[in-house]
Design a protein around this ligand. Structure first.
Ligand code: ATP
Ligand code: MG
Length: 556
């Protein structure tokens, strides 16, 4: 290991180093335990890459386990999307996919064991009473009148709970810990409840279900997980986690470690909030490119590499903070810069006519696919008398330092010739419709030398040899400075989060690419062919990111 790596170890790696050194575990085992109640988002990507990365670095194992102990909100659709997202990120799980629900028998046995040890009891208090008896942060709780039931009675009642003899919510099984604990989680927490719900995996086999805080440590222990990594809100639950694995008597009990969740500025990350946007029809499904679900990021054109390098930049910490969205943009730009073919595309077209270029003539000019990556070779671009250029690249009355087209000025057409503006036409509203130029044949790209210099280079697309496409430009859905919520609790959405441009023109080279491929539209940003809305004949492009950056990598 080189010096650099030693220096950059995060706090979790330091814990693992020590555990291995002390011989606590022979090998490490991590897991990613999503609840299949929604699509994964960029925060989950952090957890996946962290857990997988640690397993890989320490030559350990990494499990993918569905935490499906709450049948209410769970769906097979979510299981499928999660598996494909984890695979897309390149996190390879060991063995089969695991399901917490496959351990229901062992969880039941563990509960029986606790009862036999006098460490759990069946309680008949109503949910309201349980809350009342629990006390507050400043006041201790009160013992339940059912706390001292005999072991035999508890065993009998718990079995009858399982057999469906009691109404939903009428009885619970509670761990017998300490009603006066300063940690409310330790005040006889509920570990099993009666709930008649059909489970997507176990069907109607069970009418009692374990609570998360009881189930999770057992799942980890059964799988031999060594480091159970979760987010900070579980810190106060750790004593209960430790209590469960200790009372059940696992030999090499797993250890819970908490880290800070990933948040992004001006981006909605929580699963609950994303679900609301989807359910209210504000976005076009879980993979709407304006979201930061993994499915949406993938559809927008982000790559697994860009997400990995973003996570490396962000690091792993124990204090909550928000990361700049521009940092994620920086990472995707960096990744695509050498990889993505560059094509000329015009998003806001006006026509340029080269008056002295023969009508009907077409010549094929050479253009490098990517100036920064000569290995990608050359592409032929057809050139003709009529071209589309971007409206921005012509001005009737230019301000100072405007070097593009204006009457009398000469510019370079990218990969082609110098052209000089000689005239222009306007419609009845005063809008420029056509720009007239003349070209100088001797200035052909890479050939003749005139000694003349021009300051501006503009891109173009041949009018009769191009593809018409749709382009979608995005902005963030919310702006924290303007407030994420309105007074009535509704979301204060950015009305410009989506702009659809229907008459864009792209050079014909685009035809040989497929859905999901990404490009740089020169001077306009990186774009990806949408996988959902594109057809064979009509491509829809999502702008992944613009070319300009407001983010600078901090100096080390
Ligand atoms: P959300 O907070 O968005 O509702 P969740 O925590 O309910 O998500 P789970 O399916 O329970 O979603 O999470 C699976 C794993 O992903 C957990 O270990 C959880 O701690 C982790 N995780 C969830 N959100 C983030 C985040 N923003 N940053 C890092 N890890 C996260
Ligand atoms: Mg959760």
């Amino acid at each position: 290991m080189d010096k650099e790596e030693v220096v950059s170890k995060n706090f979790i790696e330091k814990i693992i180093d020590q555990d291995l050194e002390e011989g606590k575990y022979a090998k490490i085992a991590t897991r990613f335990p999503p609840e299949p109640n929604g699509y994964l988002h960029i925060g989950h990507a952090k957890s996946i890459l962290l857990n997988y990365g640690l397993a890989k670095k320490y030559n350990g194992t990494f499990n993918l386990r569905f935490d499906d102990t709450n049948p209410m909100k769970e769906k097979t659709e979510f299981v499928e999307s999660i598996v494909s997202d984890v695979e897309w990120l390149g996190a390879k799980y060991d063995g089969d996919i695991k399901f917490a629900s496959n351990y229901f028998d062992q969880m039941y046995e563990a509960a029986v064991l606790l009862i036999k040890k006098g460490k759990a009891y069946v309680c008949d208090l109503s949910p309201e009473q349980i809350r009342e008896y629990r006390g507050t942060l400043t006041e201790p709780g009160k013992d339940s009148p059912y706390r001292n039931r005999s072991i035999e009675e508890n065993l009998d009642l718990f079995e009858r709970m399982k057999n469906g003899e009691f109404e939903d919510g009428s009885k619970v099984l509670r761990a017998k810990i300490d009603m006066a604990s300063s940690n409310i989680n330790m005040r006889d927490p509920i570990i099993y409840r009666v709930a008649r719900m059909t489970h997507h995996n176990t069907g109607d086999k069970w009418c009692i279900y374990p609570m998360y805080d009881f189930a999770h440590p057992i799942e980890d222990a059964i799988e031999g997980i060594t480091h159970s990594i979760c987010t900070l809100e579980f810190e106060d639950h750790r004593p209960l986690y430790d209590w469960v694995v200790q009372e059940i008597g696992y030999e090499h009990p797993p250890k819970q470690i908490e880290f800070a969740k990933l948040y992004l500025t001006n981006v909605i990350t929580g699963k609950r909030y994303i679900k609301r946007l989807v359910d209210e029809g504000i976005v076009d499904g879980w993979d709407d490119p304006r979201l930061v679900t993994i499915a949406a990021l993938r559809r927008r054109g982000f790559t697994p590499e860009s997400i990995k390098s973003f996570m490396e930049l962000v690091g792993v910490t124990k204090s909550n903070s928000s990361n700049d969205y521009a940092m994620l943009e920086y990472c995707i730009r960096n990744d695509l810069k050498p990889k993505a073919p560059r094509v000329m595309a015009v998003l806001d077209p006006i026509k340029l006519v080269i008056d002295n270029y023969p009508e009907g003539q077409v010549e094929y000019l050479d253009a490098m696919v990517n100036m920064e990556n000569p290995d990608l070779g050359y592409e032929k671009v057809p050139f003709e008398r009529e071209l589309w250029i971007d409206r921005d690249d012509f001005m009737e009355e230019p301000p100072k330092k405007y070097f593009r087209l204006f009457p009398g000025n000469e510019v370079r057409l990218m990969n082609a010739y110098f052209v000089k503006c000689v005239d222009f036409e306007k419609d009845e509203n005063g809008k420029v419709t056509v720009v007239h130029c003349t070209y100088d044949p001797i200035t052909k790209n890479g050939t003749g030398f005139t000694g003349r210099k021009v300051k501006g280079t503009i891109h173009w697309v041949p009018v009769h040899h191009c593809k018409k496409v749709t382009a979608r430009l995005y902005e963030n859905l919310v702006d924290e400075e303007k407030g994420v919520y309105n007074e009535d609790g509704s979301l204060n959405l950015n009305p410009n989060s989506l702009t659809v441009i229907d008459d864009c023109y792209v050079e014909p080279a685009i035809e040989k690419y497929k859905r999901g491929d990404s490009f740089q539209f020169v001077r306009n940003g990186y774009f990806c062919i949408d996988t959902k809305d594109s057809t064979e004949d009509h491509f829809v492009f999502n702008r992944i990111v613009s070319l300009k950056s407001s983010f600078k990598l901090p100096k080390k």
